[in-house]
Design a binder for this molecule. Structure first.
Ligand code: NFS
Length: 627
């Protein structure tokens, strides 16, 4: 089982789990040696009560006559819709929170200037308005983006004009976010769409509603509410758990809860309570995207990634794991019964049997957060020293590079005369000169189909060794940080000469932390800024996307909107589409003619890295000529 991860801390805890008689994902994986071939190929249809129908040589059509192309296309579209729903519902909650802001309230506007700019972009006139009046109006306009009856996503105009025309001409401009999700659910209902091209177009339109809609709103409003991230020092991996402190792990996605837990745990009354129960203090750390949101805004330490959630509890040193939504193993309830850890669920959207349910309401945020933190502190007395094993390793890193930091950092140091329009010039210069060969977003989950972190680390190291700058989000970011790749000081060790020189000159690590998975919208944003500055389309830029260990439906939505935005996207795990040769051909080739990008899949990470580099190198001559 230890071979199923390359993380040394995880190996120690997998062994401990065995000794403690606790089942983990790694153990369950052993029972899944052979996974369902129909499911793997995407040819099982459960969309009506006559089924399930499964396509095989003997049964080439479902009972309704749907062939493998229709079934694969429908299943793919539903994955994209579920992913879009998850990101966008997260964004909706943030928008509702913005609507609750008040001077002196639990939630306030931390970035008034950004709010004003965004208001103008969303066609809200800030003139003569109080900042909170404006916040409420912007919140409402954003909420309308989910269900407005007419028009297309307002955020699309962030993209270069040529890209907007491509979307328009293909009929894949997303309209209201919820509408695109509903359209996919409707059209994949029995007796609707039975045309692969149409299903893939719907998948694109729906996913674009995520990237250039929900996720972008989520990122923008989170910055306005909680502050634009700035580069900050952090530590990562399970050794961040502190010996004699109350350890609280925040896991999930939406910063509305976790920001309030941070604020509550800093209150003197909570610190005193921690002392009263015999602890030295309170240590907060994060898992999954909540970890990314917190580390980039507060330097809160990263306990681990998706595959380490059970292992965190198995350390025996966690008083509470507080979760909200997404990427939370239901197994956490069972694992927690073996230790003193309180597994606290907080959202009506993600109740889990066996957890301690303490519902969190934005309207009473601070009170709720205090109650939850208190529960964690009072659990300290139940810690059993004989069950504690905090493994030895952690790494340091610099995290929290928002768009502003990426552009700003380069501007600060490259000593050229730059006017406002040219603020992106230094970044483009290092790209055009070839000192940096290209920029690759290596993002996404851990997948038990590969050893945890192995693909991420192999690909990232190959890329930076060859002077490709890597930007990263989600659990890929955690993997990089855990392995010291977010330290400028490590650039000479891992990066090629060109990249190492840039890291030194402009004071950036070779792998740049951009945040959580909704923050992939920051990548779209930077690409747009660069493309606009160069008068190009995004598909002309020497950039690529890569999800080496993707697993969630959110990742399908992200991959699809990245492709739809004109960025070639490289996957280390095959999506469940191989049952339709036409779907494979379209997703991994045919789309190129339509949107200027497509998917590439290779389960060998060294080969995948080579494919990424070759793809970008092939784009370079045209990019250099255009620039
Ligand atoms: Ni992204 Fe965040 Fe991690 Fe994958 Fe899950 S945490 S939204 S889905 S597993 S990267």
């Amino acid at each position: 089982m230890q071979d199923m991860t390359v993380d040394l801390n995880s190996k120690v805890l997998i062994e401990k789990a065995e000794k403690d008689g606790v089942e983990t994902m790694y153990k369950r994986k052993l029972g899944y040696k052979v996974q369902c071939g129909f499911g793997l190929q995407g040819v099982c249809c459960r969309n009506c009560g006559m089924g399930p129908c499964r396509i095989s040589a003997k049964t080439p059509r479902g009972l309704c006559g749907a062939d493998q192309h229709t079934i694969v296309g429908r299943n793919f579209a539903r994955m994209a819709a579920a992913g879009t729903a998850a990101h966008s519902d997260h964004a909706r909650d943030i928008a509702h929170t913005l609507a609750l802001t008040a001077p002196g309230g639990d939630y306030q506007v931390k970035e008034p200037q950004k709010l004003v700019e965004f208001a103008k972009f969303m066609d809200v006139d800030p003139e003569g308005k109080d900042i909170y009046e404006l916040a409420h109006e912007v919140a409402e306009v954003c909420l309308m983006e989910f269900g407005k009856p007419f028009g297309v996503s307002k955020l699309l105009k962030r993209a270069p004009k040529v890209r907007q025309e491509i979307w328009h001409n293909l009929g894949i401009e997303p309209r209201a976010i919820d509408r695109e999700i509903a359209t996919v659910m409707h059209s994949t209902h029995v007796g609707c769409t039975a045309d692969l091209d149409s299903l893939i177009h719907m998948s694109l339109r729906c996913s674009l509603a995520d990237g250039w809609g929900g996720s972008m709103i989520g990122t923008m409003l989170s910055d306005i509410l909680f502050g634009t991230p700035k580069p900050v020092h952090t530590e990562a991996n399970l050794n961040v758990l502190a010996g004699n402190n109350v350890n609280i792990i925040l896991h999930g996605h939406e910063p509305t809860l976790s920001e309030m837990i941070v604020a509550a745990s800093e209150l003197p009354e909570m610190q005193e309570l921690a002392k009263e129960v015999g602890a030295d203090g309170i240590t907060l750390s994060g898992i999954c995207c909540t970890g990314n949101e917190l580390t980039m805004r507060h330097g809160v330490k990263i306990a681990g990634d998706f595959h380490q959630q059970e292992l965190a509890v198995i350390t025996g040193a966690v008083e509470a794991m507080i979760v909200d939504v997404q990427c939370i193993f239901p197994a956490m309830a069972e694992v927690s019964t073996h230790y003193h850890t309180k597994f606290i669920t907080t959202s009506p959207k993600a109740k889990i049997t066996g957890s301690t349910y303490m519902e969190f309401h934005e309207e009473t945020a601070m009170e709720d957060a205090k109650t939850i933190v208190r529960e964690a502190i009072l659990n300290f007395k139940n810690r059993d020293a004989s069950k504690v094993l905090v493994p030895d390793l952690k790494s340091e890193g610099m995290v929290g590079y928002a768009e502003e930091a990426i552009v700003g950092q380069l501007n600060n140091v490259v000593n050229t005369q730059i006017d406002e329009m040219d603020s992106i010039k230094p970044l483009v210069d290092v790209l055009a000169s070839g000192v940096i060969r290209g920029v690759v977003g290596v993002v996404g989950c851990n997948n038990a189909k590969t050893p945890s972190n192995y693909n991420h680390l192999t690909i990232i190291k190959e890329l930076i060794k060859n002077d490709f700058l890597v930007v990263t989000t989600g659990c890929g970011a955690s993997a990089a940080c855990k392995n010291g790749l977010m330290l400028k000081e490590n650039a000479p060790k891992y990066a090629g000469k060109g990249l190492a020189t840039v890291c030194e000159l402009v004071d950036i690590p070779p792998v740049i932390h951009l945040g959580s998975c909704v923050d992939n919208s920051r990548i779209l944003n930077v690409c747009s800024i660069v493309a606009n500055a160069c008068d190009m389309d995004i598909s002309d830029l020497p950039v690529a996307g890569c999800a080496p260990e993707w697993m969630s439906e959110k990742a399908i939505a992200i991959g699809t909107y990245v492709v739809g935005s004109g960025i070639d996207t490289f996957l280390g795990v095959m999506p469940p589409v191989t049952g339709s040769d036409r779907a494979v051909e379209l997703l991994c080739g045919g789309l190129k003619d339509q949107v200027g990008a497509c998917f590439y899949v290779n389960e060998n990470p060294v080969e995948l890295a080579k494919m990424i580099m070759d793809d970008i190198e092939a784009k370079r001559p045209a990019f250099e000529a255009l620039y």
